[in-house]
Structure formats: structure tokens, C-alpha cells
Design a protein around this ligand. Sequence first.
Ligand code: TYD
Length: 219
Amino acid sequence: MNNNRDRKYKEIPGGFFISFEGIDFCGKSTQVKLLASKLDKDGYGVIVVREPGGTEISEKIRSILLDNSNRNLIPEAELLLYEASRAQLTRELIAPGIKAGKIILSDRYFDSSTAYQGYGRGLDIESIQKINLLASSGIKPNLTFLFDLDPEIAQYRYSSLPLFKDRLEEEKIEFHRRVRQGFLKIASAEPQRFKIIPADDDIINISKIIYSAVTDIIS
Ligand code: TYD
């Protein structure tokens, strides 16, 4: 998912990296698309990626991670697969994009590993943070939007859709509650990087809040 075009764009020295986080069905992917199109219209160079995935190799890793037949994937193997996908994505797209003065929008990044594999599955948080650092080559988002939503509302959203549910979406509600609390804890430790978005608000309102938070910083 690289909507980078061959044209002159408004360069941001040192680039600008934004990640979007939250539980499944919190609505972040819609907001990534809306923000990308606004920033593109404003003349910035925008790169949109998603995790797990975003490069050819990372998308192959994604298919292992979301495959319903991999129910006995052990938590440590799961963590390392997410991190492998991230290492590839960071080196292949994120680092060069930042260097070129572009805006990178990432649908999830390393905070998802801390929230899902750490707070959700119970793996050691400090060990995850060390692996996050390795996989991300020390590249941290300048800004992270956390879409905060009650898992009951998220569950209602997806149960009403006739969608195929992947391995993680099938997890029990208690798991998603732990993940949500985990995200809030991560955000409270880094209030300068995080902006918490109440995700049960209207799509258009949320998109305005996000756009103005970003343009306040970059313009
Ligand atoms: P995806 O279908 O992309 O869901 P979403 O649109 O909610 O991002 O699936 C990604 C799943 O992987 C999602 O359930 C969150 C999970 N995940 C982790 O458990 N750890 C991670 O490090 C990442 C990046 C994602």
C-alpha cells in the first residue's frame, strides 16, 4: 500500500511519522484513508502502510498471522512474526519515506505488539519493548492516534457485519478489554506522543479532529 506518486511534493525536513492504534473495529483504517487523501490534496508526499503487512514479504507474514488454521501459534512465535513484518516494513518503506521528507501513515505500529502480545496475551512487556526497538530500528512515530472504544461496541459493530472473521477478531471480549486497557496505559506513559480519540464519535467529526491535530504540527 504505497500511494507515493512521482510528482513534486511539500517536503517536511526529517519527515513526519503518524501511527494509528486501537482495538479491532475501532474505525482507524477509515480515518487513515481520509487523512491520507486530505494531506495528498494539500501537496504533501504521503505514504500509507499497514501492519502486519505493507511490503511483499510483510504481507506474506500477515497471511500466516491472520490464518484461522493457525490456532496453535504460540504467543512468542506470534510476537516474533509481527516484529519480523515490522522490521521489513520499517527498513523498506518507513525509513526511506522519512528520509525523503514524506508523511508516513501507519495503520498500527509497535504499540500494537505491546498492547496485544503484552497486555492481551501476557508476554513480558519489557522484553516486547526491547524487540520493538530492534524491529523498528529505533524509529518512533512523531504522533500516535489511539482510537479508544469499548470492546462491546466494537463487537456489536463486527457482529452486525457479514464478514469473514480472522484469527484475532475471534478472540474473546476479555482479551479485547485487556488490549484496550493496555493501549490506555501505554498512552498515559507518553502523553506527548499520543492523542486519544473517542472512537464512538461521528466519522466526519473524528476526521476533522485528526486533520487539525496533524496540520497544527506540520504547517
Ligand atoms: P487487521 O485485519 O489488519 O485488523 P485491524 O484493521 O483492526 O488493524 O488485523 C491485524 C490484527 O493483528 C489485529 O487483530 C491486531 C493484531 N496485531 C497484533 O496482535 N500485534 C501487532 O503487533 C500488530 C501490528 C497487530
